[in-house]
Design a protein around this ligand. Structure first.
Ligand SMILES: [Fe+2]
Ligand SMILES: [Fe+2]
Length: 160
């Protein structure tokens, strides 16, 4: 899939200072689905979120959408390793991702809501409360589908 040159430049600009940290780079070592790293997955979700925003003419707050999408799975462990997490990964990882992200970055309420609600409706009490969170919640599920069913690794033509 392709994304616009404008979205590519937004992604590069708004992820500066985030994507280049050792913690973000460590997501390359954690497996998300099958053969896809968490790093590749979150970049897929960033690009898909930009695409969905464009298609829906949602006019999201782009910096928040991009940063929230990139950090939505910032839990920083391999969830397949039973010794590396407390179990119930699906339910617990949004809160862990938010806590880890807040240790390093100052997040606005939109970014916080994107991360904590991205597994909704599984995490029933953490509801997407803004358009950006709805878009990331939807895009995460779309990417998981492409990544697991179609075994498509890098869904978008962006090099980061
Ligand atoms: Fe997640
Ligand atoms: Fe995800």
């Amino acid at each position: 899939m392709t994304i616009s040159d404008q979205d590519k430049s937004y992604i590069k600009r708004y992820l500066t200072g985030v994507i280049d940290t050792p913690q973000a780079q460590s997501m390359k070592t954690f497996i998300q689905h099958g053969h896809i790293s968490t790093y590749t997955h979150v970049l897929n979700v960033v690009c898909m979120s930009c695409k969905v925003d464009e298609r829906l003419h949602a006019h999201s707050d782009k910096p928040s959408l991009i940063r929230g999408a990139f950090l939505h799975d910032f839990y920083l462990y391999d969830w397949h390793d039973p010794t590396s997490n407390e179990g119930l990964h699906g339910f617990k990882h949004p809160a862990r991702a938010l806590a880890k992200a807040q240790e390093m970055f100052t997040l606005n309420p939109t970014e916080q809501n994107i991360i904590i609600s991205h597994m909704w409706p599984l995490t029933i009490t953490h509801i997407p409360k803004c358009r950006e969170a709805v878009i990331v919640c939807l895009s995460d599920k779309l990417c998981a589908l492409y990544e697991t069913v179609l075994k498509d690794k890098c869904l978008f033509d962006i090099d980061l």
